[in-house]
Design a protein around this ligand. Structure first.
Ligand code: ZN
Length: 290
């Protein structure tokens, strides 16, 4: 898993999302849609590049050759670690020029590999070179167009969030000149560790995950005796507790496990047949290894 980071080599925010010049009405007192844009102008008045921080797929390109301000939306190809946890981030970049050397190669569905340019700053719909940047959580709604909010502002659709909630700053890549008051988190030094439960936080009937398969194997191997007796008991348990899908058999085993662990004082939560952190701790007590 990768960290999701800011994609310019210089961070110089010329207007944050509180900016009264044009940004505040994007969200303040909006009763329906909102985004939280920042304007970034790079190291100087010239055009800096925005690089893909991870592999990203283009979800929309709008405005080239028409009246709409030039804008591109991309979504990460895989979940990323962000200051808000493991999510699928999307990004919107606005104001690049019609003749942008990078966007001209992109269309909906194109992949921009990690470290490759997406676009550069421009002046389409703006008076000075910069990029107007919006980010969000595609798990809850991916951006791919504009929508007008109750303040009359055209904002990105999708589930938009504040930039510091989605992007870390990689100080080895980005030279921070001015965040305009926004407090970004630095990209952590160590590699992000994916949580056992993925982004949801627990496993329940109907879920699918490779760690569900590990738990199935564990139950079948060591606790087949809950429901099967005799010489083929273990094989039968492996037959029904098979694969990475959380099916009715795993639920049955989980409920039995929770009851027994509770009786033995190793589990003190609900007997619900779902596997969350407390059930995992109990499983580990009885020998399960992640
Ligand atoms: Zn702006």
């Amino acid at each position: 898993m990768n960290y999701f980071t800011f994609g310019m080599k210089v961070l110089r925010v010329t207007q944050n999302y509180n900016g009264s010049t044009s940004h505040k009405a994007h969200w303040y007192h909006s009763t329906n849609y909102a985004d939280y844009p920042i304007d970034c102008a790079g190291k100087d008045g010239d055009k800096d590049i925005y690089y893909a921080p991870v592999d990203m797929k283009v979800t929309a390109v709008k405005g080239i050759g028409n009246a709409t301000t030039n804008t591109i939306w991309l979504v990460a190809c895989e979940k990323c670690m962000t200051p808000s946890g493991e999510i699928l981030p999307f990004i919107m970049l606005t104001h690049f020029n019609d003749n942008d050397p990078y966007v001209s190669n992109l269309k909906v569905g194109s992949i921009v590999k990690q470290g490759q340019p997406i676009c550069e700053e421009g002046t389409d719909g703006a008076t000075a070179n910069h990029l107007h940047i919006v980010v969000g959580n595609a798990d809850r709604g991916c951006g791919n167009g504009f929508i007008q909010n109750s303040n009359g502002k055209w904002v990105s659709n999708g589930y938009c969030m504040k930039p510091e909630e989605i992007m870390y700053i990689d100080k080895d890549f980005t030279n921070v000149l001015d965040t305009n008051g926004i407090i970004f988190k630095d990209k952590p030094k160590e590699e992000p560790k994916e949580s056992f439960f993925g982004s949801k936080g627990y496993f329940c009937l109907g879920n699918y995950h490779e760690n569900i398969g590990k738990i199935c194997d564990f139950f079948a191997e060591y606790f087949y005796g809950y429901f099967y007796k005799g010489e083929n008991a273990k094989a039968k348990a492996h037959q029904v507790l098979d694969g990475n899908y959380f099916g009715p058999y795993l639920k049955k085993w989980t409920i039995e496990f929770q009851k027994r662990a509770k009786d033995e004082g190793k589990y003190n939560d609900e007997i619900d047949g779902c596997i969350g952190p407390k059930t995992l701790t109990a499983l580990k007590y009885y020998g399960f290894q992640e």
